[in-house]
Each structure stands twice: as C-alpha cells, then as structure tokens.
Design a protein around this ligand. Sequence first.
Ligand code: 9MR
Length: 366
Amino acid sequence: MKPQLLAIAISMLAASCTQQANNNAPEQLPLRKYIAEPILIGAAVNQWQVAGTCDKVESDVLLHNFNCITAENCMKSEVINPQKGVFDFTLADEFVDFGVRNNMTIIGHAPIWHSQLAPWFCYDDAGNLVSADTLKQRIHDHIFTIMTRYKGKIRGYDVVNEAIEDDGSYRQSAFYQIMGEEFIDYAFQCAQEADPNAELYYNDYSMNKAGKRNTVCELVKRLKSKGIRIDAVGLQSHMGLDFPNFEEFETSVAAFINAGTRVQFTEVDLSVLPNPYNLEGAAVESDFEYSLDKDPYRESVPDSVKTQWNERMAQFFGIVNKYAEHVNRVTFWGVTDEKSWKNDNPIRGRKDYALPFARNGKLKLN
Ligand code: 9MR
C-alpha cells in the first residue's frame, strides 16, 4: 500500500474507533441541548432493548442518546428473587453487561418496593405476615445478594421505592405493617453495608405534593441523623399536560436539596392523553376501562398539543437546569413512545406520546 493510502486508512480507522468510543460521550448526546452538564441522561430499559431483540429504531435510539440506564423491570423482587432463597440473575446480568459494554452508568431499581413484590417476601407459609426479625433477615439477604453481585458495576440503587403516600403518611405496605417506617432505615443501612461505594436513593412519584415532600425531608434528615447514608432523592416526574404544578414541584426540589441531599429525575415522561380520573401519580395498579374518546390521538397528535407538550417539557428542563449543581441525572422512563408504560396506564391499549423520542426515533423536542 502506498504511504499516503496507508496514512488515510489509518486515520479513517482512528476516526471510526474514536466515534465508537465516543458514542455516549456527553457532548455528543442530542439531549444535552436541553439538559445541562454534567447531568447524566438516562433511559429505563427493558429486556428486549438490552438483548437487542427490540425494534431497530429503539435499539439505535438507545445506543446513541443516553449515557445511563435504569432497570425498568428486571431487578424487581418478583423477577430477581422470585422464591425464598432463590435468585434469578439472568435478566439483571444481561442488563448490567449491556451497560458495561456500552460504557453507560447503571442504576438498580428497586430492591424494596411494595409492588411487583415477590409473593413470599413478607409472608410465612401459612400466608401470615412474618415477624419483624424475619423480615429484617429477608431484607438483608435480598439487598446483600444483589448489591454484592454488582459491586463496582452499578452506580446506585433506588433502595426504597414509593413508601410514602401523597398526604405524607407512610404507605400501609406489608413492609410497613411489619416494621413501621423502620423498614426504610434498615434497608438503607443494609445497602450501605453491602456496597459502601454505591449511591443510595429514595424514589417516589407525585413529589410535588406538600405532604409527601415533608415526609421525604423528614426521612432524609432522620437517616442522616442516624449516620445512615442517602445520596439522592429521586423525583419520578411522571407528568401530564395539567400536572404537576411546577411551582410545587420546584419547591420540593429545593426542599430536598435543603434537607441535605442531591436530587434526580428518575422516571420522566409527559403524557398527552386525557386524564379523566385526575390521576397524578404512577400507581401501577391503576387500570380503567378503555374507550375511544379517551384515546383521541391514534392517528396523530394535533400541533396545539405538541406545542403544549414542548412548553411543559421546557418548563421541566428549566427547573432541572436551575438546580443543575445538585442534580445527578434525568432518566426518561423508556426509550421511544412505542414501549412506554403510558400506553397501558391508567387505561390499557391507548396510544400515548409521552417520551422525547417518537415511534420513528425522531427527537420531538423543539
Ligand atoms: O414501566 C414499568 C412497567 O413495565 C411495569 O409493568 C410496571 C410494574 O412492574 O412498572 C413500571 O415501572 C414503574 C416503576 O418501576 C416504579 N414507578 C412507576 C413506574 C410506572 O408504573
């Protein structure tokens, strides 16, 4: 090969290597235009996206737009620890390997959550709630087994998810019935011991609500006063065209920071569909009857609605960026609109447009 040709070939090879290595470099992410440095830009991923057996569009969007992934379902207790003493790491291992391979920050979700809870977790063989000591042992083993396995690979965990109601009372979950609010403290303590280098988060929806805000702040302060680490509060940020009230939302962001922790926006989406039941949360149990009038955008979304969506997203990013120095990440709850959970909640089978990336992979943000 002539020297000039060789030089060109080498520089092309170098360029392609750089391109590959930089795939997820922050400055190349299209969403960086909306989300300030150095905030991570994440997506929740499902097992098909991780395995690459999803639609090619989704797979491309995932690989070229995010530098952080959260386990949408594969680390929930009913999946990863379906029976007492039995762990199934198949999907979680694939998820973590995908993140490592693609140089993405990896987030574990959600070891202690009342929903999608493995049926054995809080009950004995007769179906009665177990004692506090037994539950402690189970929480300990669950957290230690998972966090030890992924030490050095998973950046942080939503250690406890959705333990507080909108009015600020503690959710009457099986965990709470057995241990009271102490189950939260104990879970964080186990997590801190299991992987001292992992970040530990409390994660919840409807965080704009005053009652929830106050109890989350108390929780942060309580943990800290006991010497138990909490690194960030996660505001899920499932939104709609008429909620949340962004003033209240910002008040919560500021309150969590003042309570002495960082914040992160962990499950971001913005539904355009009618919200006939005035639901503002993300209760997975919500399942209302379908009717066409509640599913008005099967063909396309009117421009006026697109504009509203964009304006609200801009308001949301405004809050994120205002507090950027205290923000870990913005994670969208899904990759494109195609597989967003919003298509099936709170009414199954609707066509929603809640994420920044359309079904064809196009970025919808202005
Ligand atoms: O997006 C998730 C969906 O695929 C699952 O069916 C559902 C139940 O496990 O959970 C969804 O994710 C939830 C998350 O884990 C916690 N906050 C609310 C999310 C939306 O329901």
